[in-house]
Write a protein that binds this ligand. Sequence first.
Ligand code: GTP
Ligand code: MG
Length: 425
Amino acid sequence: MAATDLERFSNEEKRNLSLGGHVGFDSLPDQLVSKSVTQGFSFNILCVGETGIGKSTLMNTLFNTTFETEEASHYESVVRLRPRTYDLQESNVHLKLTIVDAVGFGDQINKDERPIVEYIDTQFENYLQEELKIRRSLFNYHDTRIHVCLYFITPTGHSLKSLDLVTMKKLDSKVNIIPIIAKADTISKSELHKFKIKVMSELVSNGVQIYQFPTDDEAVAEINSVMNAHLPFAVVGSTEEVKVGNKLVRARQYPWGVVQVENESHCDFVKLREMLIRVNMEDLREQTHTRHYELYRRCKLEEMGFKDTDPDSQPFSLQETYETKRKEFLGELQRKEEEMRQMFVNKVKETEAELKEKERELHEKFEHLKRIHQEEKWKVEEKRKELEEEMNAFNLRRVAVETLQSQSLQATSQQPLKKDKDRKN
Ligand code: GTP
Ligand code: MG
């Protein structure tokens, strides 16, 4: 369609018509609700905070149940993300809740936030891969994208740790962050007030974007804007029940008194539950999809070479991009193949030359040994000849000596006979 046609089409006046009777499309919202309820919902919470800060206790308190928990050791070699999924039901609404713990985070050695970022990206990538499939099944796909990151701040009363600032800064473009001051019963009221102000000013001065409860929907605008001013929520978690008056309430009991979890003058637990679960759960899911996932998807597709418009602002065809990328890929493949082939030929040549050199060396060695052997042989032959001559000479001498000996023996044996003869005469 030409640009002018488009303009005319969009400027075309829409006429309001009144209906003659009830048609029924006013039931659309009900249909939507009914469909969503049948499908069920998924909600994924990431808990980031140092070991033992009270993450599991708060989750148990928030959902009024006991999730399986196992204490993390302080000696984990790396930060490990541990997701656990539970099926919960309230009235006829099914919620597939995934709680992801960043195990080992904030311990002396494993301060690194990289595994957390990688985990969030992997969930986005899995969703993107499902979206890019020819046969998509997003309808029953288990969406594991993180909808909210509860960032547990240690109630030091001082300032945020640099690790907290660095981590939140790395995460803020990827996930909705709700900072909470954990174990708020361990800090005094006046100190807590100052600490909250300090935390917020540090977040602002470091450009950390935390999740803001939306104020564009009239129904919740007022409560959300009031709650935005209460951030970060200072919470207390407990699964213990204590009798206050004639009621059993969730609380932490101390020798000097009782901290009631759901008492708004004791802590902000109720505010957190209201904001996270009862008022803004859907907005958190929506923000994850429309803001954080959209950003990941855009960067990823751009990285892969896809664009919406070319440099002349003309719409970019997916087919063209694919063809260009395919050509680039095939070219690169050919180049790599040629490189490999050349490398192989060179290697063969090198090996051949090496083998030849080795053969030559061996031949030389053989010739050398042959020469030495020949010389040795000659020497032995000469020695043998010498010895033979010596033996001959020796034998001659021996024969001569023997002859002489026998002659002298003969002579000595004849002499007494002569003497006898002489005497007889
Ligand atoms: P790992 O999973 O091992 O990292 O610990 P975690 O962060 O899940 O902490 P967990 O909930 O296991 O709580 C650790 C300890 O802190 C337990 O003894 C809790 O009773 C205590 N605790 C939890 N929440 C609070 C709180 O709000 N105030 C106080 N004072 N203690 C708390
Ligand atoms: Mg835990």
